[in-house]
Design a protein around this ligand. Structure first.
Ligand code: GDP
Length: 588
């Protein structure tokens, strides 16, 4: 058979790929999962991944890469290449292994900000902020993890100039540190290493430096070009030096951006706010963004109703490298969406619509929720699965938790352990839960504040237990909720048809005698001829003589109006059995 060739872009949503391959999206999601990729319908995978999956599926299809035709070409910019325009502040991301102090360091940096100290400080958490240090500005991205970092890069608008890799002096390089190093190197950005927790007794910066060398990061001290700063986020030491180094390193790059061109940038956070509607935090990449202008982000757009700094100060204009809070969007844009200014509302709407159409198939509105994903996966399987991620303190308790909850499986519903492990809940767990729709259960462990924050941002359910029976009960409740409810029918009363009075387009009116029980309307009713049920009908009204009545009891005669939504030709002698129907939730 001839091979089919399909052209796709460098990036494609799972939904679009399934469409092009002409296979159910659940099958594609399932195949991706087998390869360890938890992607939802709207998420993008790259060309190489698509190619591997097509191979795994054994399809006789050749993938071909489209020569990228960008829908919003003005947005994709290589910042480094832009050597014209005005100097702009550096954009810095802080990365590192969980618990090494990223959040604490960002807090310490924010506290060191002279400008906000005067403004009374910030209470609210925000995914980006700009501070002043020695009269110069620097923007920090509080990336919620490597996922965010990867997404920014993936969108072709990698806006980070410097990555600060935090390593705890008493713990050294760990898996996520290695991952951060890999990301930063791949992105070709400047790396600064902050050796944190220098106040701790077990601090061993020499060992960290040696480990850095083992990962090809040659520090200045040893003749390389990687700047290392020893800090303590808790004792607030070394923070000024770190900021100085950030400027020093980025000054080499002579960072500039054109302020005259139409503004563009990237959405780094979006959420709904009571009374304000969709709110997006955007990072301006190029140009000057003004209040009142129209911007398009992904498949939505806004007339910028309010423009604020991340300390909630209202501004009229925002320059490159500024993080800003924007209100006025018609719908929630997505994290990682690029934005650009449009000339007018019509153009904004058209660009947004075009972007919406570009990745057709699958749901288009916003992120797919976990529940929906569960439903979709379940369509492919007979048994309804309850996806969970289990983390526990030790292997022994992990095994007993998994064994106990697996024992709850029935023919209809089953626990599906998406992932499990010993140790605390981390960013990867949240990411996995988000994409698989799983609930995370923690047993005998603590939940770090930053992970808790991440979970609430990503709407991931995290449940912590220290008593195994309580955990089991909760899983049981989760499984029970997936059981199809029982439908209970109760007989109310029966009418024996004595005559058909009138048949119109919309209703049939008949009359008869109540042979048992009590009839009420409106009601559903089953029509029986001899012993067979011939129809289910909707009774809209009851009449005694000319009078509408609410109920008729045994022995009485009455008229019955039946809506002709279900086609039935009533005959004398038919029985109309009035019933009520109730759905009752089941539990295991
Ligand atoms: P993240 O997971 O990388 O964001 O780490 P956090 O900022 O949440 O910090 C993890 C733990 O390390 C918290 O209990 C902090 O109080 C502690 N910590 C962070 N920085 C320091 C530091 O400089 N010194 C000491 N002693 N503890 C720190």
């Amino acid at each position: 058979m001839a091979q089919r060739t399909i052209s796709i872009d460098e990036q494609i949503t799972v939904g679009s790929l399934a469409d092009k391959l002409m296979i159910p999206v659940t099958k594609l999601i399932g195949e991706l999962m087998k390869s360890g990729i938890m992607a939802t319908v709207n998420e993008r995978i790259d060309f190489d991944t698509a190619q591997i999956i097509v191979g795994e599926l054994g399809l006789d299809i050749e993938l071909q890469k489209n020569q990228a035709e960008e829908l919003t070409p003005s947005v994709t910019v290589n910042r480094k290449a832009n050597q014209s325009g005005e100097p702009r502040p550096p954009v810095v991301a802080v990365m590192g292994h969980v618990d090494h102090g990223k959040t604490s360091l960002l807090d310490a940096i924010r506290d060191a900000d002279t400008a906000t100290a005067e403004a009374g400080g910030i209470t609210q958490h925000i995914s980006a902020y700009q501070i002043s240090h020695n009269d110069r500005k620097v923007t920090f991205l509080d990336t919620p993890g490597h996922e965010a970092f990867a997404a920014l890069r993936e969108h072709g608008a990698f806006l980070t100039d410097v990555v600060v890799i935090v390593v705890a002096a008493d713990d050294g390089i760990k898996p996520q540190t290695v991952e951060a190093i890999r990301f930063a190197k791949k992105a070709g950005v400047k790396i600064i290493v902050a050796i944190n927790k220098m106040d701790k007794e077990g601090a061993n910066p020499a060992l960290v430096k040696q480990q850095l060398a083992e990962h090809d990061l040659m520090i200045e001290e040893w003749g390389g070009d990687i700047v290392v700063v020893e800090v303590s986020a808790l004792a607030k030491t070394g923070i000024d030096k770190l900021l100085d180094m950030i400027f020093l390193v980025s000054d080499v790059e002579e960072l500039k951006a054109d302020v005259e061109v139409p503004a563009s940038g990237i959405v780094i956070e979006a959420h709904l706010e009571k009374g304000r509607g969709p709110i997006a935090i955007c990072l301006v990449d190029e140009g000057t963004l003004s209040k009142g202008s129209f911007i398009v982000a992904g498949n939505t757009y806004a007339k910028i109703r309010s423009l604020e700094t991340t300390t909630n100060q209202s501004i009229d204009k925002a320059l490159p490298s500024s993080p800003v809070i924007i209100s006025g969007f018609k719908a929630l844009p997505k994290f990682g969406d690029q934005f650009q200014v449009a000339n007018n509302e019509k153009e904004a709407r058209q660009l947004a619509e075009k972007a919406g159409l570009a990745g057709q198939s699958g749901p288009r509105k916003g992120d797919i929720g976990g529940g929906e994903l569960i439903r979709m996966i379940n369509q492919a399987n007979e048994v309804t699965g309850y996806p969970v991620i289990i983390k526990a303190d030790v292997q022994g308790s992990l095994t007993s938790v998994i064994d106990s909850i697996k024992a709850l499986d029935t023919d209809e519903v089953a626990v599906r352990v998406v992932s499990s492990g010993v140790g605390s809940i981390n960013e990867n767990d949240i990411q996995l839960a988000k994409s698989s729709g799983a609930v995370i259960y923690g047993f005998n462990i603590q939940l770090a504040t930053n992970i808790k924050r991440l979970a609430s941002r990503d709407k991931v359910d995290v449940k912590m237990y220290s008593v195994i029976y309580e955990l089991i009960d909760d899983v049981k409740a989760g499984l029970s909720a997936l059981l199809a409810p029982d439908v209970v029918e109760k007989a109310k009363g029966t009418l024996v048809v004595k005559g058909i009075f009138k048949t119109t387009k919309t209703e049939v009116i008949c009359g008869g005698e109540v042979s048992s029980g009590k009839l009420t309307a409106p009601s559903i009713a089953l029509v029986y001829r001899k012993k067979d049920q011939i129809a289910e009908v909707e009774v809209t009204n009851l009449k005694k003589g000319p009078q509408d009545v609410k109920e008729v009891v045994e022995g009485e005669m009455c008229g019955v109006n039946i809506a002709t939504t279900s086609k039935v030709e009533l005959q004398e002698g038919d029985e109309i059995r009035f019933i009520s129907r109730e759905t009752i939730a089941r539990s295991l």
